[in-house]
Design a protein around this ligand. Structure first.
Ligand SMILES: NC(=O)c1ccc[n+]([C@@H]2O[C@H](COP(=O)([O-])OP(=O)(O)OC[C@H]3O[C@@H](n4cnc5c(N)ncnc54)[C@H](O)[C@@H]3O)[C@@H](O)[C@H]2O)c1
Length: 249
């Protein structure tokens, strides 16, 4: 129970990687705020983690709105008494060729995938420093924060910024006992990857195993990064990509 009595916010906790992270963190004893746009889904996950013996509450949030992220942080402390970190994970994709990447399509993804991570880090850091609480932030980047992918100018920019914010945040928050790390998933078998089996196969072959990655395999790395066993990992983003960045098909 390495995270017993820790309180951690998980954004995008209703589905995919976020839901699996809630289960993995609860298995280590963490109390959780499951935050998502999808409140019904978040409430289901709250029930699942409570069954593992931890305290959990849900919160409906649009992570792209600063005031809602600030309210989420206040809610966490009001309901669970303290705060020891956040998994900044909620995200979307919006694929379009660059010549159709109008400002609205660009900004939508920047606001949800990039600005949300800053809001999460900023409001949680302010609260933790005020409380004198220590802990960890984990940010979800992507393999596509390190390389280009077609139709994803917005997503590539946002995820590269997440990797940069992870470094800069770690540098400035170390003195307060807050570690900031990232994960860069490859192609994960979640709703974001779609339902088309043929398309999924084109993704799967880009992994060393030839298979999509189970979201639980990302969650186990995330949960580890929150623990003291990962105390020497700081400012870096860990690839959880089954070798994607290591070879070319
Ligand atoms: N699935 C992949 O292949 C993959 C690869 C690399 C990175 N990622 C990243 O992993 C993260 C999680 O993705 P996933 O695959 O689990 O997808 P998912 O669609 O299963 O889960 C995303 C969750 O985020 C929530 N969400 C979306 N926009 C929101 C908003 N504005 N406010 C609050 N909640 C919001 C959704 O309701 C959903 O529950 C994302 O940041 C994504 O970019 C995914």
């Amino acid at each position: 129970m390495e995270l017993k009595d820790h309180v951690i916010i998980v954004t995008g906790g209703a589905s995919g990687i976020g839901r699996e992270a809630c289960l993995a963190l609860a298995a280590k004893g963490a109390n959780l705020v499951v935050a998502d746009f999808n409140l019904d889904g978040a409430e289901v996950v709250v029930g699942e983690v409570q069954a593992l013996g931890v305290k959990a509450v849900s919160f409906k949030v649009d992570v792209s709105k600063a005031e809602e992220m600030s309210a989420l942080v206040d809610f966490a402390v009001e309901k669970l008494g303290t705060l020891n970190g956040i998994f900044n994970n909620a995200g979307i994709g919006l694929v379009k060729p660059f010549l159709e990447m109008d400002p609205a399509s660009y900004l939508k993804v920047i606001e949800v995938d990039q600005h949300s991570v800053y809001y999460g880090m900023y409001y949680v850091a302010k609260k933790m420093v005020a409380l004198g609480a220590k802990g960890t932030f984990v940010n979800t980047a992507s393999i596509y924060g390190s390389i280009a992918s077609r139709g994803s100018f917005n997503y590539n920019a946002a995820k590269a910024a997440v990797i940069a914010m992870t470094r800069s945040g770690a540098l400035e928050l170390a003195e307060y006992g807050i570690r900031v790390v990232g994960v860069a998933p490859g192609f994960i078998d979640t709703p974001i990857s779609g339902k088309d089996a043929e398309f999924k196969e084109t993704l799967a072959v880009q992994h060393m195993s030839g298979k999509l990655i189970d979201p639980a395999k990302v969650a186990s790395v995330v949960a580890f990064l929150f623990t003291d066993a990962a105390a020497a990992v700081n400012g870096s983003t860990v690839a959880v990509d089954d070798g994607f960045l290591a070879f070319k098909v």
